[in-house]
Design a protein around this ligand. Sequence first.
Ligand code: AMP
Length: 460
Amino acid sequence: MPASFDTFGLSPPLLRAIKSRGYEIPTPIQKDAIPLILDGKDVLGCAQTGTGKTAAFALPAIEQLLDEETNRHHKLSVLVLSPTRELAVQINDCFEDYSKHTNVRQTVIHGGVGANPQIQRIRRGMDIVVATPGRLLDLHGQNHIDLSTVQLLVIDEADMMLDMGFIDDVSKIVHLVSNRQQTLLFSATLPEEIQTIASDWLSTPTTINVVPDAIPIHLINQSVFYVENINKDLLLIQYLFAKPRARTLVFVRTKQDAERVARNINHAKLEALPLHGNKSQGRRRKALEAFKSEQAPILVATDVAARGLDIDNISHVINYALPEYPEIYIHRVGRTGRAGSKGEAISLCASHERYYLQQIEKLAGISIDVREWNYDDFGNLLQLERAMSRKKGKRAEKPENTETAEENESGGNTWVRDGRGKKKKKKKNKRKRQSKVITMDDITPSRDTDKYAPRKRTLD
Ligand code: AMP
């Protein structure tokens, strides 16, 4: 097995780019996949983001283009399909960086933004296109993109494509790129549907599996609270208040949960933003930027929106809901504790989720500490009470309809105009702090339902 990138036979421009990214040793998936892909083999890779899989397919893809550089005229040769816009952009950024010392051209096309700039770039001639399926089919349907020249097709995050209902679009694209020589399919999990798809679309593929042991799960402090859905928001907010944190990623099950939970956290005067597939491209980008810059240090996200995003320095991962697939848990908590640092992951587990917890412990070979939730378990709740009562106080203090109020910046007094327009000073009402314990009236609870009864799933 090669211990360095030099042994793959990659061209000097690629080795320079690898060096400038600071990669010294290939990751396990890179060790396995790069030689196979350079050899022209089809590959079925069971690997998640964080394992280095983008470089595992991007480096040999660019290398193959360099080999035939003289008789190539920036015809589309490599097509990468990605389920989300963010992932597509991230993959394209990697291609751009790895090929920066070559004359290979790449671009990204995805929905949620105007199509014209994308059409213009395709017209200029691109060797590599990273695309989300819907926009690609639109542009193909309008004759803006020729897929008949594609030699290498990469389908990334295939299980997410399936979950998001994109698999029919992907299937159409697979048939449109019928002149291809090679197909690579990557998936975080390999359920039966994905294996069937792989056997239809790939030709005698080599399977590479690098999922569980690539993530140093033992480095992460993990614990679980047994709490029913109805109390999860309250516990979450208390936990967020009590814990000194850097960036915190909260995983929820649905888009509605992401909105509601983020709203409740904001009500408690903590900065949180939701991230899910229903948000416009601009809002998703802004949410990510705010999270990365720690303006909003709490991101409440669905798996689909958060998966694959390469965000460093996450100190806490909170599983507001436990995932159905134990591999996803490992992937979620693997976002903290990166680069050898100790991260912390907590899970809020309702009684209907205990089965998922058992499956996680079985797969990871660990026993997750159970923590008791007592109402004032997290120390002083005063801060939370204050924040909540400030919010309520503000609403109650709106100026009355006959008078307009202006805040005096220097003294904090309020000037009001009387009925004849004369300014008079009004003594500021001393706001009484309501000494109040947070109740469920303050927080919109999640639905407490047994609708999500666990579906049994075999680990194969
Ligand atoms: P990926 O799974 O492709 O999203 O990669 C996850 C992270 O690992 C990215 O930040 C990559 O830049 C980084 N990475 C990929 N390959 C290597 C490597 N061989 N050595 C160090 N970091 C790597």
